[in-house]
Write a protein that binds this ligand. Structure first.
Ligand SMILES: Cc1cc2nc3c(=O)[nH]c(=O)nc-3n(C[C@H](O)[C@H](O)[C@H](O)COP(=O)(O)OP(=O)(O)OC[C@H]3O[C@@H](n4cnc5c(N)ncnc54)[C@H](O)[C@@H]3O)c2cc1C
Ligand code: FES
Length: 343
């Protein structure tokens, strides 16, 4: 059965087929709404259901409700919704590019930095913090965030964590040679800096969750935005913070940036902060009510940060932006399984 979805306070409506998610129905009708994981984990797509009934995985939700994930919710009646943002899709904004492997390095045992170059006349337009999709040999796709700033538009730098048995991060990477071609589609995602002259930012990453924040920091530096940023980077051991020296240099050079490395399982020589990275934020900043938080990496860290920053730190719900690095292949893993598989 087909239902009609109206967008509150906008002259927009579209139809949603049985079993189709609200996000997919909006995209089919030519609109874009915020999203990241598309699997019900990161809450980037969360919006308001003013009227009607939806099914969200096994849960039935009746409007009014402010906690509907449009990437997983399907319509059970006609609906009125209020997404955080909706606009006409610009088809020229996204490109499929045959990129060339330009350079590969391993800053840590389980992290590869892959640099891809685009053909001479091709440039890609993206916002610092967004991600791309690489097509794998079996036709599936994998998502990776750009670590380079948008000013470097002739290619991309990707930071890829090794996932044991991973089709891309283990098998494809092991056989990849310089000058090999990879098909990438760019850009995707809603994890980019909302610029506000007065905003005070807190960036939180685990592991390769640093990649999009590196792009954002590099962009802030190049555009001389001089915003107050406290950047907390968490890992188990020192090697997990594979570009900590770059962050330390930036923090020394730019007075607006504070860098706080945090390790949960450091060796005895470690003199820095210990514990979980989101806990370190709350130890330093008891009041988050006027901060804007950008969190990226392990989905469990993101879950914990979102709920504890809100309940204990008073962070407004709409001041939290996140990219959860969940498995991005097409397998239909549930949020519970994802949170279990991620270390
Ligand atoms: C928006 C977005 C941006 C991302 N950006 C980055 C990035 O910049 N750098 C980066 O390293 N990763 C990033 N990821 C995660 C990355 O896309 C996945 O880790 C990737 O799918 C691993 O692919 P694979 O082919 O190696 O493993 P797969 O073959 O997809 O998976 C192999 C097994 O490992 C599990 N698995 C897959 N990914 C993970 C994971 N992340 N953690 C734990 N278990 C996993 C799977 O469930 C499966 O059982 C991003 C994910 C999303 C959604
Ligand atoms: S995009 Fe819906 S929860 Fe991540």
């Amino acid at each position: 059965m087909t239902h009609t979805i109206a967008v509150e306070d906008a002259d927009i409506s579209f139809t949603c087929d049985d079993g189709e998610t609200i996000l997919v129905a909006a995209e089919r009708a030519g609109y874009t709404m915020p999203y990241s994981c598309r699997k019900g984990v990161c809450a980037s797509c969360e919006g308001f259901l003013s009227k009607g009934n939806v099914k969200q995985r096994s849960k039935q939700i009746a409007g009014p409700s402010g906690k509907v994930l449009f990437c997983t919710a399907t319509a059970k009646s006609d609906l009125t919704i209020r997404p955080r943002r909706i606009q006409r899709h610009d088809p020229s904004a996204r490109k499929t590019i045959q990129a060339r492997v330009f350079r590969m390095s391993r800053p840590a045992d389980d992290v590869a930095i892959l640099q891809l170059r685009f053909p001479a006349s091709i440039r890609s337009k993206f916002k610092a913090g967004q991600y791309l999709r690489i097509r794998t040999p079996d036709g599936d796709v994998r998502s990776f965030s750009m670590a380079n700033p948008p000013q470097e538009s002739d290619g991309v730098q990707l930071h890829i964590r090794h996932v044991p048995g991973g089709a891309f991060s283990e098998k494809v990477l092991a056989s990849l040679q310089i000058d090999d071609k990879l098909e990438v589609e760019v850009p995707f995602g809603d994890f980019y800096l909302r610029e506000d002259d007065k905003a005070r930012y807190v960036f939180v990453a685990t592991g390769t969750g640093f990649a999009p924040l590196k792009s954002i920091l590099d962009d802030i530096i190049r555009r001389r935005l001089n915003r107050e940023v406290r950047f907390y980077w968490g890992g188990r051991r020192e090697a997990d913070l594979y570009l900590a020296e770059t962050c330390k240099k930036w923090a020394k050079r730019y007075s607006w940036l504070t860098f706080v490395p945090v390790l949960s399982e450091p060796d005895s020589n470690w003199r820095g902060r210990r514990g979980l990275v989101h806990a370190a934020v709350l130890e330093d900043l008891a009041d988050l009510s006027d901060r804007h938080v950008y969190a990226c990496g392990n989905p469990m860290m993101i879950e914990a940060a979102r709920s504890q920053f809100e309940t204990r730190g008073g962070l407004p719900r709409n001041h939290f932006y996140a990219d959860a690095f969940i498995p991005s292949g097409s397998s239909d893993t549930t949020p519970a399984q994802i949170l279990q598989t991620v270390d």
